[in-house]
Design a protein. Structure first.
Length: 91
């Protein structure tokens, strides 16, 4: 089985989870929007996004899961869930 694009579906489940918690009353619409805005702001200040694409980050999971946190923003952490949540929102 190929798992090359599994991160796309993981991002969808994250996105749907966020949407459903807003719709079922677990969070207010304002809390939902604040959560998305926070995610976007955090991602916007990650320098690793300038040189490392989302696919590469997802493919690197086995080698990065136990990586130290030094220079994490430059090498890009495992942020494909958060970023793909926004991709589904914009799509």
């Amino acid at each position: 089985m190929q798992t090359d694009l599994l991160w796309v579906y993981e991002g969808l489940t994250t996105y749907l989870g966020e949407i459903l918690t807003g719709r079922d009353g677990e969070r207010t619409p304002e809390q939902f929007r604040d959560s998305l805005a926070y995610t976007a702001a955090v991602l916007d200040h990650r320098p690793g996004r300038a040189w490392r694409n989302l696919q590469d980050t997802a493919d690197g999971v086995p080698s990065m899961q136990d990586a130290p946190h030094q220079w994490e923003s430059w090498r890009r952490p495992l942020d494909y869930y958060e970023e793909d949540e926004l991709n589904w929102l914009w799509g």
